[in-house]
Design a protein around this ligand. Structure first.
Ligand SMILES: Cc1cc2nc3c(=O)[nH]c(=O)nc-3n(C[C@H](O)[C@H](O)[C@H](O)COP(=O)(O)OP(=O)(O)OC[C@H]3O[C@@H](n4cnc5c(N)ncnc54)[C@H](O)[C@@H]3O)c2cc1C
Length: 508
């Protein structure tokens, strides 16, 4: 076999777009190499509000194409990944002096009807004086609208796309940074630095997909060597996580006086997720962090609605990310388009690069299909679109069959308590059985690092899901970081270092 094969496609970036494209492309018969400089989903794709949604607010900016495509994706994605995606109802209280009730109703009518909704329930009006959704809110909210969208575990959706791409033959490298890319006639020579040992490898490919998210312009200037690059507008968004403020499974959609909106969403069983903010960002996306002003903004905005105010002391975790929005010249950050733009550069007789600007978690599968159309034009056609009806790893059970799946797992492994079985099914779906193997008791799962996070799960994550550090495990593959103490996290960190050293030694 050729030691240095020429891959059809080199994907820069292991966020949702890079991994989605890698999966679609390899499934159609292209050879694919994907390189991610840090961990999968360590960029924007683990820092979202985690909604598979049309984006009710985007209707106000006349983004009908985007809203329609996104609404249509909700049921497609839910069907293909019912472990990590599920329907959620949103309660939008009518607030006097803000958007009139008729306008909200009209928006929701469109929302219900332009996106091919079949399984998700329609909008209804709530009497907040009688409905339990009114209970945690101030008494001045008497009326609300309740509508449907879906929730997604964003970081896991990325890793499952990468897993499926690898299962189908793609090469996925993490901690592998693209530091240079030069054209050599009809192909690219891409320099990839292994950030663990600093070795640089050269990989040949016929086409580059630049899916570097907030770094897309940086890749063009620093690695590809282009001058004067300015395609994306970086917009920071932050979230706070507090101990739960309400028991209802529904989420809230709150309008703010500045005409922005925030969500308050049931999160990880015992918490409430509140976000997001929207502000222009100029620094390195890697160092993005919530500011004091953003914390105040989110606490104040939520406290306008909840009868018990949200205070700084309630916050148990925060996260921030940067939206790589296509720069359409909008005056305010919140008005910049959320739609995606794919731009190919293909000088006569030389290898092409296709850049991605913008996009949402919700539209990644459709974006991937649009990218594959461009790739087909540039490299020649291979297989047909296939991802609309293909389960992601572990998602091969009926969309409404989650509870039955938990029961099945408990029947096979009666020693699991219900919460543990549920958590494993949520994260791994039918693949939970691969983690549990022949275990007959918790002791067979190895060391317990706290909060039902056992060695068996961690080894699975290291061997199958590219987890290298404690942070990969605690904040992306799982959210056990919310529950482990500092000491427990330090123990896990030690264990992960041991595993990583073992893998490095085995590879040498
Ligand atoms: C606050 C916030 C809330 C959001 N909420 C939602 C939501 O609820 N629903 C929704 O649909 N969308 C939402 N989005 C949008 C969505 O999260 C993003 O559009 C999406 O995650 C972008 O994915 P990506 O793959 O393009 O970028 P990223 O996830 O950032 O991936 C790019 C990757 O490229 C890697 N990379 C960069 N340079 C190099 C290099 N030189 N070599 C190798 N790798 C490199 C980075 O490390 C990174 O992992 C939200 C975004 C934000 C910020």
């Amino acid at each position: 076999m050729d030691e240095h094969p020429i891959h059809d496609i080199f994907v820069i970036g292991g966020g949702i777009n890079g991994c989605g494209i890698a999966r679609d492309a390899v499934g159609r018969g292209y050879t694919v190499f994907l390189s991610e400089m840090n961990d999968l989903a360590s960029g924007t794709s683990s820092g979202s509000t985690k909604l598979i949604h049309g984006g009710l607010r985007y209707l106000e900016h006349y983004e009908f194409r985007l809203v329609r495509e996104s609404l249509m994706e909700r049921e497609v994605l839910w069907r293909n990944a019912p472990h990590i995606i599920w329907p959620m109802r949103f309660v939008l209280p009518y607030a006097e002096g803000l958007r009139p009730a008729w306008l909200i109703r009209l928006g929701l009518f469109l929302y219900d009807h332009i996106g091919g909704r079949k399984e998700l329930p329609a909008t209804k009006t709530l009497d907040m004086t009688a409905d339990p959704a009114g209970k945690p809110l101030k008494k001045l909210f008497k009326k609300a609208f309740e509508y449907s969208d879906c929730w997604v575990n964003d970081a896991r959706m990325v890793v499952l796309n990468a897993r499926d791409a690898a299962d189908r033959g793609a090469t996925i490298r993490t901690r592998a940074k693209v530091v240079g890319a030069r054209r050599d006639g009809e192909h690219w020579i891409v320099s990839v630095e292994n950030l663990r040992d600093r070795r640089v490898e050269e990989v040949k490919a016929r086409l580059i997909v630049n899916a570097a998210g907030p770094w897309v312009d940086h890749v063009l200037s620093a690695a590809v060597g282009q001058n004067d690059v300015h395609n994306v507008r970086l917009v920071q968004g932050s979230h706070i996580v507090i101990r739960k403020k309400f028991d209802d499974p529904r989420a809230y959609f709150f309008q703010n006086r500045d005409s922005r909106i925030i969500f308050a969403i049931p999160y990880e069983e015992d918490f409430t997720l509140i976000g997001t903010t929207d502000r222009d960002y100029q620094d390195d996306p890697k160092s993005v962090a919530i500011s004091d002003a953003e914390i105040d903004y989110l606490c104040d905005a939520a406290s306008e609605y909840f009868s018990q105010p949200v205070k700084r002391d309630d916050i148990v975790w925060t996260y921030s990310a940067v939206r790589p929005l296509y720069d359409d010249g909008a005056s305010k950050a919140q008005e910049a388009t959320r739609d995606y733009v794919l731009k190919a550069e293909h000088p006569e007789g030389s290898a092409p690069i296709v850049n991605i600007f913008g996009g949402k978690i919700t539209t990644y599968r459709r974006l991937s299909e649009a990218m594959l159309e461009k790739i087909e034009d540039l490299l020649g056609k291979k297989g047909k679109p296939w991802t609309a009806n293909a389960a992601l790893p572990g998602g091969d059970f009926p969309a409404k069959g989650f509870d039955a799946e938990v029961k099945k797992l408990k029947n096979i492994y009666p020693f699991l308590d219900f919460a543990h079985a549920r958590r494993l099914t949520r994260l791994y779906g039918t693949r939970a059985k691969t983690i549990l193997g022949l275990a007959k008791s918790s002791a067979d799962l190895g060391r317990n690092f706290g909060a039902d996070l056992y060695e068996a799960e961690i080894r699975y994550l290291a061997e199958n899901e590219w987890a290298v550090t404690a942070e990969d495990v605690l904040w992306r593959r799982t959210k056990r970081g919310l529950r482990l103490s500092k000491e427990q996290a330090a123990e896990l960190d030690k264990f992960m270092r041991g595993l990583a050293n073992m893998h490095t030694a085995a590879a040498e």
